[in-house]
Design a protein around this ligand. Structure first.
Ligand SMILES: [Zn+2]
Length: 450
């Protein structure tokens, strides 16, 4: 009924989509009420690229089975390759329209892109700050063939969101395809994840039919290993933005395998959400303006994007002291994900050979820990912190150089002297340093590396 009423409203009002003009964007009044087709989406994304060349790069991830382009809108301040502080920008990946009849999911992907593009155009300082530090990659309509005939499946009657290479076809499911990535749409999407955005710290895939956000797993009822991260996001969304239910997919919906969400987390190591935007499918338009109807959902997306820096472990070393052959250091985690199997390493600068490494350590989201490992007896190397961004096995490893200014070294050869001056008490470290330096320089080598 809603769709029919809408057609009548648009006809009465004299609006028709401007399909003949290859450069004109859809008028807002149409865009707000009439869901995108492949053609109108193509017009809109091309107009963005033309109007905002400094922040919009339009690229193609591949083609549908029928040869339609899989447009990806890449949004960032492209006049700068890095953040203002010279570090790598954060990366967000979003797709919509796996299921061709789930138009409101596709529209949320579109609205998210539009919010940042038009916000930039309007000089919105929050948007400018986000685009200075973050790249958004948004593939708005993955199943363009299915979208145009308002069907869930692609040309080959495959459910694209059961066609990914993560426990493919191991759940009671329908139409998973002849094999993982048998379809050009899913193969293109996984290629894009693996080659363009492997460093992403957020992946959201947009659907509709229920009002819920789903995190991994669909395959298993168990909570994912990074449950602290997902539960933390859930609690903040509920406290500050929306009452939308947020659950693991298997329990929140039903067991499902071969989904892009489980692939994104289990294989790529991204924090992933399936955003089910609304309880409606099938209709081609909406009487209520889209930006009102999906306003709350867009607010959740803004929160996830604006805070992407936090969706991983962010370890920093506060201080390293070496007392004889024992290395002591404190680690702080500023991110919202935990990490395991982290190590502090000492490397040969030329060969990268690991000369020494600490015992493995774990840092949870709220913890600061102290680590102590013996066996250090090296010179002329460099310090490196090595850890995974999240607990999931597939999470990316980061290797970060540790500033040598943090390192204090005390090498002592005469133990009896040391004991006599209480040097084994870490609290007296600085005092002891001075004592050794002044009183007994010929017995002890005291240095603070620069
Ligand atoms: Zn769906």
């Amino acid at each position: 009924m809603r769709g029919i009423a809408l057609v009548a409203i648009l006809l009465l009002a004299g609006f028709t989509p401007a399909l003949g003009n290859s450069t004109a964007q859809q008028p807002d009044i149409v865009q707000e009420h009439w869901y995108h087709s492949y053609l109108t989406l193509t017009l809109d994304v091309q107009a963005w690229a033309e109007d905002y060349p400094e922040i919009v790069l339009l690229t193609i991830a591949g083609q549908t089975e029928l040869g339609k382009n899989l447009w990806v809108v890449q949004i960032s301040d492209w006049t700068q390759n890095t953040k203002p502080d010279g570090t790598q920008k954060e990366i967000v990946y979003i797709d919509g329209g796996h299921h061709g009849n789930e138009h409101l999911g596709t529209e949320l992907a579109f609205l998210t892109a539009e919010y940042y593009i038009e916000g930039w155009g309007a000089g919105d300082q929050d948007v400018i700050d986000v685009l200075a530090t973050t790249e958004l990659h948004i593939l708005i309509m993955l199943n363009a063939d299915g979208n145009d005939i308002d069907t869930r499946w692609n040309l080959n009657q495959v459910d694209l969101n059961r066609n990914y290479d993560h426990y493919w076809n191991t759940c009671p499911t329908t139409q998973p395809g002849s094999g993982a990535f048998s379809e050009s749409e899913t193969l293109a999407n996984s290629n894009y994840m693996n080659t363009v955005v492997p460093d992403a710290d957020l992946y959201v895939t947009m659907h509709t039919g229920v009002w819920i956000m789903l995190y991994p797993w669909g395959k298993w009822p168990d909570q994912p290993s990074d449950w602290e991260l997902f539960h933390g996001i859930r609690d903040e969304v509920h406290t500050n933005i929306s009452d939308i239910p947020i659950q693991n997919a298997n329990q929140g919906l039903y067991p499902n395998c071969g989904t892009s969400r489980d692939y994104g987390y289990g294989v790529m190591g991204f924090p992933t959400f399936t955003f089910e935007t609304d309880d409606e499918q099938w209709l081609l338009g909406t009487v209520e303006p889209l930006s009102d109807r999906l306003g709350e959902e867009l607010d959740v997306m803004k929160y996830l994007i604006d805070n992407v820096w936090y969706w991983r472990a962010r370890l920093t070393i506060e201080e390293i002291t070496i007392e004889d052959d024992v290395v002591n250091f404190d680690v702080v985690n500023d991110g919202r994900a935990s990490t395991r199997n982290a190590t502090l390493q000492y490397l040969n600068e030329e060969t990268d050979e690991i000369l020494w490494q600490s015992d493995n350590f774990t840092v949870n989201i709220t913890s600061r820990i102290s680590v102590s490992t013996n066996g250090f007896d090296y010179d002329n190397g460099v310090w490196r912190l090595s850890y995974q961004k999240r607990i999931i096995n597939s999470a990316q490893w980061v290797n970060e150089t540790v500033d040598e200014l943090l390192v204090s070294i005390i090498k002592v050869e005469d133990d009896s002297f040391l004991l006599g001056y209480g040097l084994f008490n870490p609290l007296s470290m600085i005092m002891a340093l001075s004592v050794v330096a002044i009183l007994k320089p010929e017995l002890s080598e005291v240095e603070t590396s620069e």
